[in-house]
Design a protein around this ligand. Structure first.
Ligand SMILES: *Cc1c(COP(=O)(O)O)cnc(C)c1O
Length: 366
């Protein structure tokens, strides 16, 4: 029998979450962001749940080829554009739309031989200071692009640094509106946080295309202010395993490497087949939530490579073989949102879902 750990991908939940994002941005088209192998879900596994998207956005050219290989004929957007001039050949061959955020990328286009002109997304650095032209250089870049026979439509694009928090997007919206004033073309600005929090009431944030990622994968973009339940989202990735041993501890006995947890009184401990080599966060402390047979309990002691240990006090009937949910959907309709585990471990749902290790077998749940 294989080790009992398994990851499940919930296709129905992906489709549901995509509908939630779409409903939050009425009349906008929706990019399903599938970078990082669909946030760790696997592009091929996630695809059946995401086919109602208007397009797929990602940044790795090999991933774009995989989406085309699945039969997708609609739009694909490279969020970081080309990394070198010859990437444009693949864009021409697979009809990929690509972001343009540097002068070099325009130089490459200017010498590219293509039979049909490309659709490009011109990116403004509106204040996040990662990718994009400075506002003062944006119009010049637009003029250069619009003068190229290699270029068809130009979409205006920016990315928000603070859509999930108190700083909000006003300063970046002002920069975007000023830089784009009078320029034709579609617009795209909103990630998950901006889509769920702002797009419904603010058409200028919504633009023509929204770009939700994390919300589609069942993690709240502004947790803990809002949980997935608040947004009506469902977990799309479950990491589950089983108890492979049980230990009875007497008061004063400790558990695991470094003896970081000591029992205050007699208690039962379950040993779970899941450790940091499976992608479970090593820094998850005592108290991190876990479900055993659908009952919420806590991790105790240090996470090791192949095992964690959990407090069985709330689940007296649990024993070897009992079902353990590390995050996602548990038995009998129970849930452990990935955001709660991430928060306990000092990280975000994005990191956990992307980090499920290759040794964990993956299956589709729906
Ligand atoms: C990753 C990414 C998104 C999606 O962000 P989420 O926070 O996951 O919704 C949108 N736009 C760009 C440019 C990205 O790189």
């Amino acid at each position: 029998m294989p080790r009992p750990i398994q990851a499940l991908i919930h296709t129905d939940a992906l489709a549901h979450n995509l509908r939630v994002a779409r409903a939050a941005a009425p009349d906008a088209k929706v990019w399903a962001v599938v970078k990082a192998n669909a946030y760790g879900h696997g592009i091929e596994r996630a695809y059946p749940g995401l086919q109602s998207a208007d397009g797929f956005a990602l940044l790795d050219l090999a991933e774009a080829e995989r989406v085309r290989a699945l039969g997708w004929r609609g739009p694909i957007l490279l969020l970081e554009g080309c990394f070198e001039a010859r990437d444009l050949e693949l864009c021409s061959r697979l009809n990929l739309w690509h972001t343009v955020h540097t002068d070099e990328q325009i130089d490459w286009l200017a010498t590219h031989k293509t039979t049909w002109p490309h659709r490009v997304f011109l990116k403004l650095n509106s204040g996040m200071n990662r990718l994009g032209f400075q506002p003062a250089a944006f119009r010049t870049a637009w003029m250069r692009l619009s003068g190229l026979t290699q270029v068809d439509e130009i979409t205006l694009m920016t990315h928000f640094s603070d859509a999930d928090g108190p700083r909000d997007v006003a300063h970046q919206m002002a920069a975007f509106e000023a830089a784009c004033e009078g320029l034709p073309g579609e617009r795209t600005l909103a990630n998950s946080a901006a889509t769920l929090r702002l797009a419904a009431s603010r058409p200028e944030v919504r633009g023509d295309w929204v770009r939700p990622g994390i919300a589609v994968y069942g993690s709240s973009p502004d947790f803990p202010q809002h949980s997935i339940a608040d947004w009506g989202l469902r977990p799309t990735q479950t990491l589950r395993s089983r108890l492979i041993a049980v230990q009875q501890l007497q008061a004063g006995a400790s558990v695991g490497y470094g003896s970081t947890f000591t029992a205050a009184s007699s208690m039962r401990i379950g040993v779970v087949a899941c450790g940091y080599a499976d992608g479970y966060p090593r820094h998850a402390p005592t108290g991190t939530p876990v479900l055993v047979d659908g009952v919420r309990t806590r991790l105790v002691g240090r996470v090791s490579m192949d095992m964690i240990t959990v407090d069985l006090t709330p689940v007296p009937d649990a024993g070897c073989g009992s079902d353990v949910t590390l995050w996602g959907q548990g038995p009998h309709g129970t849930q452990l949102p990935i955001d709660e585990v991430a928060r306990a471990a000092g990280t975000v749902g994005y990191e956990l879902m992307c980090a499920v290790a290759p040794r964990v077998p993956v299956a589709s749940a729906d």
